[in-house]
Design a protein around this ligand. Sequence first.
Ligand SMILES: NC(=O)c1ccc[n+]([C@@H]2O[C@H](COP(=O)([O-])OP(=O)(O)OC[C@H]3O[C@@H](n4cnc5c(N)ncnc54)[C@H](OP(=O)(O)O)[C@@H]3O)[C@@H](O)[C@H]2O)c1
Length: 297
Amino acid sequence: MVEGNQKFTVKNLFNVEDWAVVITGGATGIGLMMAQAFANNGARVYITSRRQESLEQAAKTWGSSLVHPKGKLIPIQADITSKPSIENLVKEIRKNEKCIDVLINNAGISVGSSEVEKGHEGAEELSKELFSEEQKLWEDVYRTNVIGYFFTTVAFLPLLSAASKVRPSHTAAVINNTSMSGITRTTQHHYKYNVSKGAAIHLNTLLAQELRRPGVKVRVNSVAPGIFPSEMTTNESNEANKSEIPTDESYGEKKGIPAGRPGAEEDMAQLILSMAVNEYLYGQTIALDGGYLLEHP
Ligand SMILES: NC(=O)c1ccc[n+]([C@@H]2O[C@H](COP(=O)([O-])OP(=O)(O)OC[C@H]3O[C@@H](n4cnc5c(N)ncnc54)[C@H](OP(=O)(O)O)[C@@H]3O)[C@@H](O)[C@H]2O)c1
């Protein structure tokens, strides 16, 4: 009878000990929160992004004091907009791992914004403002937030698929960090970012459909965060690679967030672990937004 109860313990339900996890953009912001969630519970977490010093800083600061003795933060430099760089990343990880349990496509950018949001501009003014946006920035955002997710996922497929062969009944998970910005009908001053995130959500659905096939057996889901502290949202991070969003009592009302605050590290950690370990979850996009989308559908 005890065994029938044992499986319901948090330790058993969220067991990621000895898992191999890859997180793009894992040295700062949301990626680092996710990396700490896995590594503090015994996973080997490969964090990857373009700035070597930022990766090393994250690994040194947080990897040296992990709560679980088996946990690791392992930095490897890679640029997800470059196919050779992605190939090299897979090659490096293959040296140590027979399979990957979780790939989190998290690295993303948001560049440039417009002044327009449900304003009262006339056609001339609106046209001028929006036409002045740079085409190249649209391409840069799409290249990272959509194309980078696609090529990273397909490059890791053999290692991901191998997880179900190493442990039968286990399926590896791809988790795409998309955004509530890909769901809301509000431009939030950045059309290009929101369009890229909408595309990433559809990419998530298409990959989920294709990768469930018996010869691959990989689950694909997406988390669509609301506002979380990161370099993207605050333009900076401290010596521990952490960022902070200043808030006051009116924050929730001003931003239209029923939770009244930005997302916290624990909020992200709880969801990302659930999405990784829950092997019945297929093809979903889960908004983690403190209720933002209820106010900005
Ligand atoms: N924070 C939020 O409120 C929020 C809300 C919804 C969704 N998101 C999404 O969450 C993800 C993480 O962003 P964040 O908010 O945590 O911001 P962040 O702190 O700026 O993290 C983004 C990370 O991506 C890396 N990166 C960017 N381009 C890359 C490339 N070409 N190759 C490899 N790595 C690259 C960056 O490192 P390098 O510059 O060193 O490469 C950085 O570590 C993004 O996809 C973002 O769109 C964020």
